[in-house]
Design a protein around this ligand. Sequence first.
Ligand code: UT7
Length: 336
Amino acid sequence: MTEKQKNQLGVLLVGSGSAVPEQIINNNQLASRVDTSDEWITTRTGIRERRIISNQESLLDLCSTAGSHAISMAGWDPQTIDLVILATSTPDDLFGSAAKVQSAIGAQKAFAFDLTAACSGFLFALVTAAQYLRNGSIHRALVIGADQLSSWVDWDDRKSCVLFGDGAGAIALEASQSENGLIGFKFKSDGRRGDCLTLPQKRNFEQLVEGNDFQQGNFSTIQMNGQEVYKFAVREVPAILEELLNIHQINSNSLDWLLLHQANQRIIDAVAARFKIPQSKVLTNLANYGNTSAATIPLLLDQAIRVKKVKKNDLIATSGFGAGLSWGAALIRWHG
Ligand code: UT7
């Protein structure tokens, strides 16, 4: 540890919350729309059903509920929150939705911004918030991961539509003089390989005035080469986890939990096998929620905390990966 790092504060994970839509769509229902089956989806992905935001709900509601639950677990007055980061690729407003969440949860004194890094977004946001806490410029931060990919899925593309769902999760973070719950992290990006998972603007130029044009904003649907993303995940996630464990001289035996981005059960199983981590230490909720993008990690962590699987001081190795391409891993201790 360098002198500079010694002078930094610790970061504690002190509260968690989550929220999912009421509406459940199971595999058989999807099979009534596209040429697929419950058997195919279950064996290839591990997903049985997903939650989809209906016209009675909104992503903003999910974010606010998840955030409020995390605040109340932490025992905070919302007025004492300094920062709200919303990791999402699907804001209700392209200018950002974080300030709307800040207002809805009553965190009037906090500054708030969105952070976009697709399925890696939550971990990128967690570590971004941690930097402010560690250098002492703020004391309390709320980090939310939330996505509504159902709005951007091509529901007639069986190769991708079976994977995704909607949800939100939140973690409350606090600076500490004596302890530290964010033991380490490692992040990577590779834009050269980004084409295998995109949600691009449509190229849609219209005439502005005679002789000049402009692009009318309008997004396409999710474009995914599933096999490429799969290969990327099973190669890069173990590699980055290994790098992180080595840096901190932590043996995978001493991990209490492995908590991966929930994309495909086969990816989760492959990573667990690579580190010889038994199934009993692998957290998963993929069967019930599918891939909720930036929400998977805080949603699953909150559920595991609330059923008292994850307990105070448990050591968790977590990894997010997805579009960008971007991926990362973090070692965290739940403080509660
Ligand atoms: O946050 C990251 C987001 N993205 C991901 O995590 C995606 C990672 N990739 C995957 O999870 C897997 O690649 C998929 C689940 C998307 C696909 O599984 P796969 O084992 O790689 O299947 P495949 O693409 O090789 O397709 C095998 C067959 C094909 O038929 P043919 O060409 O062999 O006749 C597909 O057309 O399965 C067919 N297929 C389906 N059949 C029934 C593809 N999707 C479906 C489907 N239902 N939904």
